[in-house]
Design a protein around this ligand. Structure first.
Ligand SMILES: Nc1ncnc2c1ncn2[C@@H]1O[C@H](COP(=O)(O)OP(=O)(O)OP(=O)(O)O)[C@@H](O)[C@H]1O
Ligand SMILES: [Mg+2]
Length: 235
């Protein structure tokens, strides 16, 4: 479904991502893990068109997308839920969901149907539909960010650090949410610093260090790897 080959991304003269290659097959959960500054967010931003690649190719369902604008990439069903949620504090839940639907992939379902689906997935958002995002808890804000992405009717959802700053019990709920989304047929590329959680959720994983993929394998294989255990799992 998604194929990234030899991706390079620069900030000015400094290259932050060097020749990253990864694939995500239809129906998979793939995770991209690595420590601070490894280049995870930069990679996702390049895939979603927010940053231009300075080298390499990005293909989505057989089509090159590395020269498309972000809204064109969303229209094709590849949707990015950004790190830090990026909500508008003064806008309500419903207004965020309307925004998410603006540039979505046209599919078999209309706005109202999708809204019903999102409210079924996240009943708390139905209750809070008129509440301003800035007044919600971190966990609720993350649900708003994911729900906004879902309103675009994604085939593939890229989640950047969805559990950042959340209490452990909320993290567990969010993990269930990700499984549920996957169960509803959405392919997922998950960026996570909680490597244990990411490897439990994912089918396959890539480990990124200073802008390069240093390991890739089935998630359970990586979880048992002594190097991963000592560097990322604190074991
Ligand atoms: N806007 C920017 N301008 C210049 N350099 C940047 C910018 N954003 C990130 N970088 C640099 O690019 C590298 C990769 O950063 P990136 O944000 O992709 O890492 P990350 O793996 O997402 O880290 P984190 O876990 O902290 O979110 C880092 O060295 C970072 O300092
Ligand atoms: Mg990041």
């Amino acid at each position: 479904m998604l194929k990234v080959e030899n991706l390079k991304v620069r900030y000015g003269h400094r290259e932050a991502v060097h020749s990253v290659s990864l694939t995500v097959a239809d129906g998979e959960i793939v995770t991209l893990v690595g420590s601070n500054g490894a280049g995870k967010t930069t990679t996702l931003k390049a895939i979603s068109g927010l940053l231009r690649a300075s080298g390499g190719t990005i293909t989505f369902n057989g089509e090159r997308i590395d020269h498309l604008a972000p809204h064109q990439i969303i229209e094709r069903g590849l949707v990015h839920v950004p790190e830090g949620r990026k909500l508008f504090a003064d806008m309500t839940v419903l207004e965020h969901l309307e925004l998410g639907a603006l540039r979505g992939r046209s599919g078999s379902t209309g706005f109202n149907e999708r809204l019903r689906w999102v409210y079924e997935l996240f009943p708390i958002l139905a209750e809070r539909r008129t509440q301003k995002a800035g007044t919600m808890s971190g966990g609720q804000q993350q649900l708003v960010a994911i729900a906004r992405g879902l309103m675009a009717n994604p085939k593939c959802l890229m989640l950047d650090e969805p559990t950042l700053g959340l209490a452990p019990i909320i993290v567990d709920q969010l993990a269930d949410t990700i499984k549920q989304l996957h169960g509803s047929g959405i392919t997922i590329l998950l960026v996570e610093q909680r490597v244990d959680l990411a490897l439990r959720l994912a089918d396959r994983a890539y480990v990124l260090e200073t802008g390069r993929v240093v390991m890739e394998d089935a998630a359970h294989t990586l979880a048992a790897d002594p190097r991963v255990k000592s560097a990322y799992l604190g074991l």
